[in-house]
Design a protein around this ligand. Structure first.
Ligand SMILES: Cc1cc2nc3c(=O)[nH]c(=O)nc-3n(C[C@H](O)[C@H](O)[C@H](O)COP(=O)(O)O)c2cc1C
Length: 347
């Protein structure tokens, strides 16, 4: 079996690449003139500092011979249906907390200062991505002002409102330049957010490669472009759901920038157009079928999760619950208790 490294070398040697490599130190002065939004994001970082930062940067995990590990595992069952089960504790009652949880509750928590001088950044990274999971993967298509395309996945990503439809993406710092997607968002303010289904994951994961600025990960992935209406970057044709969007705010964490590392930033994106693959939603396009979406969640380390089973939990209204509670409990109340409730306008 061909390893990832050999595969990309062979792939690259078969391609005609059209990009201008930019050295770390050039990024700063070069980009500040180019950028639409004023920022210190691409301010020059010294190459010596970057080299030092690179040594302790372990976000990309060394997985040994992953091909061998993978070969020992069962095949992915593409036809596995998503089962719907009862909820974990269907007889749960108000105030009950977590049933049968006494032993777990006795467990102590270990306090951590994420900024402690002896706590490596990588420990916070591993803790957060393993502890805040699963995370949806926002697959962002962007373009720079020269029209060069970019496609990359981000799981510091979430829809944060529907009215207006708003999304958030977090860009981590790394030794060298800011993420190309972030640079493009600042430069042009436009993107398409594409959903990631199980059958796309290898192609999506491949686009996370740290390709030089200006190299299109569309080519690396083999995914297909579909035209957008309100923004220049293309949509991913394979995705069930595409969201065209425009940047409405950016927060750069200048106060936290470390020597040799690029700036970390968070971007707020407002949707300008939705596209839903026909046959994957109901008639009025208000609900996407989970069986068709088959979303993938990013977990800790290099793990992804799929949805194998779901359960439902209706949300309750206070007013209706009080009514039901009243009927249940009223027979047990004494007359003075009923009078108190009436007085407090509870019944
Ligand atoms: C599933 C997945 C999720 C990722 N999530 C993030 C993220 O939320 N923030 C981030 O900065 N990098 C994230 N990365 C890493 C970027 O995709 C990677 O740095 C990529 O090279 C950035 O591409 P760009 O420089 O072309 O924008 C993720 C990678 C994968 C595979």
């Amino acid at each position: 079996m061909m390893t990832g490294t050999r595969a990309i070398s062979r792939f690259i040697s078969n391609q005609t690449w059209n990009f201008t490599p930019i050295s770390v130190s050039r990024v700063g002065s070069h980009s500040l003139n180019q950028l639409r939004m004023s920022s210190s994001a691409t301010a020059a970082v010294s190459e010596a500092e970057t080299a030092a930062a690179q040594k302790s940067y372990q976000i990309i995990q060394d997985c040994g011979n992953f091909d061998e590990t993978q070969a020992r595992r069962p095949d992915f069952d593409h036809s596995k249906p998503i089962e719907v089960t009862k909820s974990p504790n269907p007889n749960w009652e108000y105030g009950q907390g977590v049933p049968n949880n006494r032993a777990n509750l006795a467990g102590k928590h270990h306090e951590i200062d994420p900024y402690a001088s002896d706590r490596p950044m990588i420990n916070n990274y591993r803790l957060l991505v393993s502890g805040i999971a699963p995370r949806p993967v926002g697959f962002l298509s962007t373009m720079n002002s020269k029209g060069e395309k970019n496609l990359s996945p981000f799981s510091y990503f979430q829809v944060i409102d529907h009215d207006p439809p708003m999304f958030i993406v977090g860009f981590s710092s790394r030794p060298s330049r800011v993420k190309d997607t972030y640079r493009n968002l600042r430069e042009t303010g436009e993107c398409v957010i594409n959903t990631v289904s199980e059958n796309m994951i290898e192609a999506v994961n491949a686009t996370s490669i740290d390709a030089p600025y200006g190299v299109s990960e569309w080519d690396v992935s083999g995914l297909h472009e579909a035209p957008s209406t309100t923004v220049k970057p293309s949509r991913v044709a394979e995705s069930v759901f595409n969201i065209e969007g425009k940047v409405i705010d950016i927060k750069e964490f200048t106060d936290h920038q470390q020597p040799g590392m690029s700036l970390a930033a968070t971007v707020l994106i407002k949707a300008t157009r939705f596209w839903v693959k026909e046959g994957t939603a109901n008639e009025d396009y208000s609900h996407i079928d989970l069986e068709k979406l088959r979303p993938v969640g990013q977990l800790g380390g290099i793990s992804y999760g799929r949805i194998g089973s779901t359960f439902e939990q209706p949300r309750k209204r206070w007013s209706e619950e009080i009514e039901i509670d009243k009927l249940d409990k009223i027979v047990e109340l004494t007359i003075p208790e009923v009078l108190i409730l009436v007085f407090r306008k509870i019944i």
